[in-house]
Design a protein around this ligand. Structure first.
Ligand code: DOR
Ligand code: ZN
Length: 390
């Protein structure tokens, strides 16, 4: 896989860490001759403020029960996507959904606290007053814009984005973020160009029309997206997934077509993946963590017309750590995972911390669901460099 390309190891461990970093030598047990059985192994640990995931698909029912512990294990807060069937279009629906999530939190997580931040699925019918009330009541954190039919469960998304101006107006006044699935749906546009064309045709004009609206371009996959966000950074940000940092479009076909590497926006050429890696490694405030972890059962992935979505929740934070390590930028990890997102949303960073340790482990394979089906984890069965210390 493409990720193996940039192994920089510890060449330039920076001295100005903003989090606690310490290297320790672990002595292996002595053998019967009193000699160290193996050479000392150097382990590395990083402790950072507990991260948040600013883009998560938890689904509902037994799927929710199966996947929630994986996200809740790592993150303090998560922005919950509303593309259920039916979609979460009202504050009442969002409040009920939030309750269902909190109900089934594992005990140890419930004690520590996990906060689902709810989103409103924007449709052609959404009323500005309902969005405003949901926000003021503390139910909605943000609005999610899916261009109609752009991706999974987006059939009821927006057909006329310019026609939603009244909603954007009120959001701008409130300081409420608009989260965008940034792809055009025109079938004549090549699937690999849909994000770049969206930026040109939709995002750029919207940015000019609503200069104070907080916009998050979700799951950025192109250098075009990175450049656009950087040059409009005051009120524009992008989330970047773990999987887009690891795979490029060639990897989808490595050894045969691999439906578990299919997601939307689809992974792009290697130069785009490198631009994403540089963006996260920069620690710039306009980029933050959003996994877009999107579980689908094996049956709905491995079929003639497989669903889009990559399930990264069991390995997400560990993969991001690997990227920062490989890019020689561990000192920037906390900004990307734990500081930039809250700052953009106008929230405080978390007070608690997590520790990751550089020690290889094997990523889980399938996550079972109560009905006997299962979901395949990204990187299933592969050796990963970093693990979360529980
Ligand atoms: O790959 C994706 N899967 N992209 C999306 O935008 C939606 C998601 C899902 O809900 O499965
Ligand atoms: Zn998503």
């Amino acid at each position: 896989m493409a990720a193996a390309v940039s192994k920089q190891r510890y060449a330039g461990i920076p001295s100005n860490y903003i989090f606690i970093l310490y290297i320790r030598a672990i002595k292996r047990p002595k053998n019967q001759f009193g000699i160290l059985a193996e050479a000392s192994t150097v382990l590395m640990e990083i402790t950072i403020k507990r991260p948040d995931d600013w883009h998560v698909h938890l689904r509902d029912g037994i799927m929710l029960a199966a996947v929630l512990p994986h996200t809740a294990r790592q993150f303090a807060r998560a922005v919950i996507m509303p593309n259920l069937t039916p979609p979460i279009t009202t504050a009442d629906m969002a409040a009920d959904y939030r309750w269902r999530i909190l109900q089934i939190l594992p005990d140890e997580v419930a004690e520590r606290g996990f906060q689902p931040l709810m989103t409103c699925y924007l449709t052609d019918e959404t009323k500005p007053a309902d969005v405003e009330q949901g926000y003021l009541d503390g139910v909605f954190t943000a609005v999610k814009l899916y261009p109609a039919n752009a991706t999974t469960n987006s059939a009821l998304g927006v057909t006329d984005i310019a026609g939603r101006a009244m909603v954007f107006e009120i959001m701008q006044e409130l300081g409420m973020p608009l989260l965008m699935h940034g792809e055009v749906t025109d079938p004549d546009i090549d699937i690999f160009d849909r994000e770049a064309v969206f930026i040109e045709r939709v995002l750029a004009p919207l940015r000019l029309d609503f200069p104070d609206l907080k916009i998050v371009l979700e799951h950025a996959t192109t250098k075009d997206a990175i450049d656009f966000v950087r040059s409009n950074r005051e009120n524009t940000a992008a989330t970047i997934t773990a999987h887009h940092l690891f795979i490029n479009r060639t990897d989808i076909f490595e050894g045969g077509i691999n439906p578990h590497r299919y997601c939307l926006p689809i992974a792009k050429r290697e130069n785009h993946r490198q631009a994403l890696r540089q963006a996260v490694a920069s620690g710039d405030a306009c980029f933050f963590l959003g996994t877009d972890t999107a579980p689908h059962t094996m049956g709905t992935k491995e079929t003639a017309c497989g669903c889009a979505g990559i399930f990264t929740a069991p390995v997400a934070l560990e993969l991001y750590a690997q990227v920062f390590d490989e890019e020689g930028a561990l000192d920037k990890m906390e900004a990307f995972t734990s500081l930039n997102g809250p700052a953009f949303y106008g929230l405080e960073p978390n007070e608690t911390t997590v520790t990751l340790i550089k020690e290889s482990w094997t990523a889980p394979d399938r996550i079972g669901i109560d009905d006997g089906q299962s979901v395949l984890s990204f990187m299933a069965g592969e050796s990963l460099d970093w693990q979360l210390k529980e």
